[in-house]
Design a protein around this ligand. Sequence first.
Ligand code: PBG
Length: 325
Amino acid sequence: MNTFHRGRRLRSKKVLRDMVRESRLGREDLIQPYFVVESDPDFRKPIASMPGQFQLGLNQLMGDVGTAVDAGLSSLILFGIPVEKDPAGTQAYAENGIVQQAIRRIKDRWPELIVVADTCLCEYTSHGHCGLVSPEGVVRNDPTLALLARTAVAQAQAGADIIAPSDMMDGRVAAIREALDEKGFLDTPIMSYAVKYSSAFYGPFRDAAESAPKFGDRKTYQMDPANWREGLREAAADVEEGADILMVKPGLPYLDIIRLVRDNFDLPVAAYQVSGEYSQIKAAGQNGWIDETAVALESLIAFKRAGADLILSYFTQDLLKAGHI
Ligand code: PBG
């Protein structure tokens, strides 16, 4: 009689399925990205390639964050869209840069909310690259480090809870750690975009943050999607340099990398479900081809199953508001 395994026994009732579920999604796992615009505090513009996401002036941002906090939001990450861009990305580290202003306002109103600052130059440079560019058009590594460190310090001074470098310059975690410590921010953690691929899935983000490179691409600093061993080297370097949380980005097409980082390091692991992943689900949902909410929740639980502790996702605020998490 007992010749085969009856896997259906544990699937027969909802409560039983709930009891044997191996991965769970909690609201404290999720981080909502926001795009904050400097030009006008009441600015509000839908991002065409990311339905449901907006470029927001400061007042609008406060309104949207407030609604999300009421729905249970515990953390967000900020990206800035400055009025002025220049070759050195000055507004990234200006004391009154737009992200620094936003951090101050948000932390003043919701001191318990965990505010993550994306630390990069690409939204602030006129050429759109994540570092300084030589006259020959080469993205220069070492001179960029001091600017990234200045950016991190300006963000920490404004009240950022977590610094998240996304530039992929070599040595930036060490440079940022040293600068933060020197200014007394010994307890400010670094969540490094440790394993960040050069991905076409970032397309909609570059519209949202107006940060597309004006020439060339990011392949000399972001990773080749074909590589996994290199991901281990990048993660190991960031651990060595003092990272506190390791991020893998993009998310769903890179679940193998999330699992790899989970199994090889003991730091918390974050996964970024990037703009293109979000927009694909949205577009298919809007066409009636898939159930958007069900697919969004399934993709988020996949991150947890793969070993991610934290997930950055544009679905966060809507899922919270609708009571799905
Ligand atoms: C900045 C940065 C990017 C993203 C996060 N931080 C863009 C890029 O590297 O080109 C992408 C996020 C997304 O696509 O949702 N360097």
